[in-house]
Design a protein around this ligand. Structure first.
Ligand SMILES: [Zn+2]
Length: 247
């Protein structure tokens, strides 16, 4: 029987594709964004890396690839080690270089979310992604030039100290990682600070976006962004909120 491919790909507008790890439950898998540029491509987040995302990208396009992680959590940065060019925020450089199950929050991983393990001996209760030292540390306002399009980095701390988004002014595309997605926002992790997340979300609220491509779930427009941000700021959509089921 033919084995299912570990990735699905969905082509969107502006040379952007959404790649997903099909062997993971939808509740856990992050969105992997592939942005095509004239001279080089950008991958925004790399998934868990249990399957070869770098080979998958190389099979699609013959371009140099910059792999950019919005933050160091295991579901976003697990595949970073597979790439030669590894970008992330300096505030989490230590975690990328010395990942542990604690500092990448892999301890929260429920083994049942892995529908098809990468090999028969795989043990999710012990797993941590391999070290992936950054080759380029970014900070607020850095520019990433793909040849015919330029992305600006936005430092968006709160979910994690080095959470960073990408803004393309020409297209109005905004990539937010886990700082903002259309769901309950994780603000309860060991290095999360809800008050700082509020500041990052208020900043995002003012940006004239056309489309938000987030770290999880569906993409959305500016009107939806305002709803999601306002609901968080009013105490909804928070893991720390009483009644959210989290203690
Ligand atoms: Zn995260």
């Amino acid at each position: 029987m033919k084995q299912a491919t570990p990735f699905s790909i969905q082509k969107l507008s502006h040379g952007v594709s959404l790649i997903r790890e099909t062997h993971l439950c939808e509740s856990w898998r992050c969105n992997i964004w592939h942005i095509q540029g004239r001279d080089r491509d950008l991958i925004v987040d790399t998934g868990m890396g249990l399957w070869s995302i770098a080979e998958h990208i190389a099979a699609i396009r013959e371009r140099p690839v910059l792999a950019f992680c919005t933050h160091s959590h295991h579901d976003h940065a697990g595949g970073l080690f597979q790439f030669d060019n590894r970008l992330g925020h300096s505030a989490e450089a230590e975690i990328f270089e010395h990942p542990t199950r604690a500092n990448t929050v892999a301890e929260l991983l429920d083994p049942s979310v892995i529908k098809t393990p990468p090999n028969p001996r795989f043990d999710a209760s012990m797993w941590c992604y391999p070290p992936a030292p950054l080759t380029l540390e970014v900070s607020e306002g850095d520019l990433i030039d793909l040849g015919d399009r330029v992305y600006q980095t936005l430092h968006l701390p709160g979910h994690s100290p080095g959470s960073v988004g990408l803004w393309e002014a020409n297209s109005g595309l905004l990539f937010t990682g886990d700082a903002l997605y259309d769901g309950v926002l994780y603000d309860h992790l060991y290095h999360s600070v809800p008050e700082i997340l509020c500041e990052s979300l208020q900043r995002l609220r003012e940006i004239p976006v056309s489309t938000v491509h987030a770290g999880h779930y569906q993409s959305f427009d500016r009107a939806r962004m305002h709803i999601v941000v306002d609901e968080y700021l009013s105490g909804q959509r928070s893991m720390q909120c009483p009644g959210s089921g989290i203690t």
